[in-house]
Design a protein around this ligand. Structure first.
Ligand SMILES: C[S@@+](CC[C@H](N)C(=O)[O-])C[C@H]1O[C@@H](n2cnc3c(N)ncnc32)[C@H](O)[C@@H]1O
Length: 221
């Protein structure tokens, strides 16, 4: 798998935010934020969040607008440079595997379309849980969505950064989270970007392009 810093260089960084202004990007943005917003309700006492793999800060800014003290962390200087151009959320350059924070430094740690690019996602989740008091908020591209399946059938085109990503299924992600947090951990999921015209009655089948998941480790704190 290509690594984050090599992959997310200046060429990708300069174009990254403009995708959210396309019709496809606007739909993804609205539906993904809807799913993530609903998952944030699992953490009514959360006041702070670290977004690991914040990229251009697109979701870090949004998390800040949800009333959370949001900090962005990324390994790519080129992506972080764009955050500075766009606005000024607090930023840290570091690796998801070695977060430069004390245990329990944040209420939440979020990974939004970042886990797919990490070479050791399980280790990164364990490190995130070390610094998160209340839990994790995840958004991943779904391996079992029509797009995910098409990638598997026709192969990868290597034309966008996502062609190098490792998509996750919802059951797989749940298992991964429980392997890190314990079988008793509470996991809640939502999906976005279901195929157009998808029957409402089938709404619980995880075929959406985007899977959001909350891992609640301690709702009492
Ligand atoms: C697809 S972008 C997601 C950006 C943002 N979360 C969003 O959804 O718009 C993935 C980000 O993960 C970052 N990344 C990859 N490997 C990383 C690592 N080991 N540590 C920290 N960030 C990493 C990349 O630099 C990139 O900015």
């Amino acid at each position: 798998m290509a690594s984050g810093p090599k992959l997310f260089g200046e060429r990708v960084a300069l174009q990254y935010e403009s995708w959210y202004a396309t019709a496809q990007g606007r739909r993804a943005d609205a539906e993904e934020k809807d799913a993530l917003g609903s998952l944030l309700e699992c953490f009514p006492r959360a006041r702070s969040v670290l977004e690991v793999g914040c990229g251009t800060g697109h979701f870090t800014r949004w998390l800040g607008h949800q009333g959370l003290g949001a900090v962005g962390l990324d390994i790519s200087l080129a992506m972080l440079a764009q955050v500075q151009v766009l606005d000024g959320v607090p930023l840290v350059r570091s690796d998801a595997l070695r977060l430069p924070f004390a245990d329990g430094a944040f209420d939440l740690v979020a990974f939004i379309t970042t886990l797919e690019f990490l070479e050791r996602p399980r280790n990164a989740l364990a490190e995130a849980l070390r610094v998160a008091r209340q839990g994790l908020l995840l958004g991943v591209l779904n391996r079992w969505s029509p797009l995910g399946l098409l990638r598997r059938i026709v192969g990868l085109q290597r034309s966008t950064v996502y062609d190098t990503a490792r998509f996750f299924g919802s059951a797989e992600l749940r298992r991964l989270l429980r392997s890190v947090a314990g079988e008793e951990a509470r996991v809640v999921w939502r999906q976005a970007l279901l195929p157009r015209g998808w029957p409402r009655a089938l709404g619980q089948i995880p075929w959406g392009g985007f899977i959001g998941m909350a891992l609640v480790v301690d709702s009492a704190r």
